[in-house]
Write a protein that binds this ligand. Sequence first.
Ligand code: ASP
Length: 450
Amino acid sequence: MKVSKFGGSSVATAEQIKKVLNIINSDDDRRIIIVSAPGKRHSKDTKTTDLLIRLYEKVTNNLDYQSKKQEVLDRYQDIIDDLELKTNLLEEINQTLEHYITSLKNEPERLLDALKSSGENFNAQLIAAYNNEQGIPTRYLSPKAAGIIVTDEPENAQILQSSYDKIKQLRQYNEKIIIPGFFGYSESDYIVTFPRGGSDITGAIVARGVKADLYENFTDVSGIYRANPTVISSPEIISEITYREMRELSYAGFGVFHDEALQPLYRYRIPVVIKNTNRPEDPGTYIVHDREINRQRVVTGISCDKGFTSINIKKYLMNRQVGFTVKILKILSDNNISFDHMPSGIDNISIIMRTSQITGKEQQVLNAIRSECQVDELSVEHDLAILMIVGEGMSALVGTANKITDALAQAHINLKMINQGSSEISMMFGISNKDAEAAVKACYTNCYLQ
Ligand code: ASP
């Protein structure tokens, strides 16, 4: 049994929806389908989810929201017309939006989640209706009926473990099942969305719940590139990657698959394939638990993300002082800051975090470190980028670090920090934001083009 998820661009127009249904209907194993909201039809277009967020902003600012609502309705009207669907779904969509707006006006966080969820919810109903009209027995299931019960934190739902037993029952259906992605219901019956891009998470939860043999994630590219295609023209596509490698790469910017979506799959080792709706015959990229190491491609992927800040601390004889790091980490946790890396020497330590974590709290944190830790030197570095070189084979083979540092040196890129975790599946380099693209190009050339 396969669970297949289709992203926003795959379900943005009637033409794309027809492609999706061809893919679904051509394989009896594709029994459970998760769909996103209609995404962008072209590069300048706006995703339906973003239209819904704008609608929310109008409502909460007490402005006339009718034209924004109309933009949402127009997206569905176009699809309904182009599919020549015989349905009164549009009136239902209008009534549902109005119902949310009037009933949740005084609970803005709930209203936002309810409106956002509508993008996927209406699309799933519409796609199911069309497939039925084509003579394929198809059932729309709301996340509640599917058993997707989540925590009650608006915009940041987490699946409740108890949901999985209910989701397992989805195996019983004989028709094709279509479930909207991106949201669940809390125990107190509120609609709660996953973080943005969260239809991937729904797909992963359902795949784990039904213990699928494969989770197919259809998008508009034929797999995961070894590096960002906006930096490297036509990068290679990775044929197989492990969950751990994927996690490291998506941490530093690989956006094709949501990083939270790996979690439900990891334990049950459910493989994922990233495939292209427009070229379903392409093999795609498999995300698996274990794979054979390809000696020609020891580095699986190169990613680089900007927008990090480092707090650098120096203190003579730091290594001999018991509890020094604990004090610093306590200050961070008191300020609700999560950090990502902590490279250290005998008398110095750097704490690296996303700049957004410390924005607005920087002076407070620095003052606390100064007064509580008696440091010799304290400085902050903004505009850092993190370059990640990822590959399961790196631990077994000598020379990758040399290859990378050589490439960076030749491109005159200053390495501010180097960190290699004990798992040896990744190397992290702290570089300046301005060097990010050049660093990826230099490493890509040295790893794959020579
Ligand atoms: N529609 C949602 C978003 O744009 C979720 C998704 O497409 O995965 O973030």
